[in-house]
Design a protein around this ligand. Structure first.
Ligand code: DGL
Length: 373
């Protein structure tokens, strides 16, 4: 009997307590046991996946969607809270420049609207991945990491490495140490900077590398390790605002080869190119009648940026006048005009020139940009 009345009292007390909770509930929603447990556990960093397609999604019989790729890697749930969106589902070389602008704007919007978002991962085909990554490096004005990834083998092949690359990329995007390093390219457990990375092999899995300067870090089983910082202006320090750019001007890339004709350079200008990039032989040499093409470019006010076709090394800046009042020395015959791209590859110099031409066509200002970015 006594036990019963104690039990009754406990029930009444519990009821009173629930009334108090009920009153509180009018101010804040009731918290479920599982939500309480979640609240106690430290929240996982939030990472957004923006999928654009590429081999990583190119399953035989039908491409994987962004959600299917995420669902295929259960381990993601241990490192981040990943939400996915499908921007496109095509080969990297099929993305248009308008789509590049849209991807940059979308990532800026994601960061702007979600201050708690830790980072963004973009999946891409690997063929022109380095170009998209460098474009984002110059245009996404946020410190938070943007990681571009893909895979060399598709989901229908033995040894598909897309899942491992996605997991490594999400770990980097969720890592506080990745902020402020510009856009990163993560494949094969290596972190390369968007400015210097290039696809070095058409087929091998270890294809992405930063020649001369090396990777920025690695993704190991215990943690993400950074060993160096990418130099050059990028992201938050960039002067290029995609919100203000409606279209990118046409810029064409040419290569120097023995006996190359200059009329192709002239034709590009006549077809509307607003800038040219030339991948010179060695440290600036041209060939054939290309000099005539450069003279035409000068006449039409079309800037020409010199890069090297060697795959590494610099095109040095313009030679300086010998002393006060001295005229700037002319480029010797057979050498490309000097807006020097330094060690930027030809395809990346084109990207910087397209963005630069939305702001200026003054060659000194263009040279400043090639020296700074
Ligand atoms: N080679 C891949 C790329 O770089 C394309 C494969 C595909 O997605 O069709 O985009």
């Amino acid at each position: 009997m006594r036990k019963r009345s104690i039990a009754l009292m406990l029930c009444l007390l519990a009821g009173a307590a629930s009334v108090v909770h009920g009153q509180a509930a009018t101010m804040a929603p009731p918290v479920s046991a599982s939500a309480q447990a979640t609240a106690q556990a430290p929240a996982l960093p939030r990472v957004r996946l923006v999928a654009t397609g590429g081999t990583i999604s190119n399953r035989r019989g039908g491409r994987l969607t962004a959600d299917e790729i995420v669902a295929s890697v259960p381990a993601l749930a241990e490192v981040a809270d990943v939400e996915a969106e499908q921007f496109a589902n095509v080969a990297s070389s099929q993305l248009t420049l308008e789509q590049w602008l849209d991807i940059a704007r979308r990532i800026e919007q994601l960061f702007r609207e979600d201050p708690q978002l830790a980072g963004v991962v973009v999946t891409s085909g690997t063929d022109t991945l380095e170009e998209l990554a460098y474009f984002l490096h110059l245009t996404v004005r946020d410190r938070r990491p943007v990681v571009v990834t893909g895979s060399m083998r598709n989901p229908s092949q033995v040894g598909y490495e897309g899942q491992a690359n996605l997991l490594a990329s999400v770990r980097v995007a969720a890592d506080a140490g990745a902020a402020g390093r510009g856009v990163l390219v993560v494949l094969n457990d290596e972190i390369n900077g968007a400015r210097d990375v290039t696809k070095t092999d058409a087929l091998r899995l270890h294809t992405f590398a930063s020649r001369t300067f090396g990777a920025l870090g690695v993704v190991d089983t215990d943690r993400v390790v950074f060993r160096r910082t990418a130099e050059g202006r990028h992201t938050t320090a960039s002067e290029f605002d995609v919100a203000a750019i409606t279209a990118l001007p046409r810029v064409d890339v040419f290569m120097v080869y023995q006996g190359a004709p200059g009329d192709l350079l002239k034709a590009a200008i006549d077809f509307g190119a607003k800038g040219l990039v030339i991948a010179t032989a060695g440290a600036g040499a041209t060939s054939g009648t290309q000099g005539e093409g450069f003279a035409y470019a000068r006449e039409k006010g079309v800037p020409v940026v010199a890069t090297t076709r060697t795959g590494s090394g610099r095109i040095a800046g313009p030679r300086r006048p010998a002393g006060p009042g001295a005229a700037a020395p002319q480029d010797p015959p057979g050498m490309a005009p000097r807006i020097a791209a330094g060690d930027l590859s030809a395809v990346k110099a084109r990207i910087l020139l397209m963005l630069a031409l939305t702001k200026t066509s003054d060659s000194a200002d263009l040279q400043r940009m090639f020296s700074e970015y």
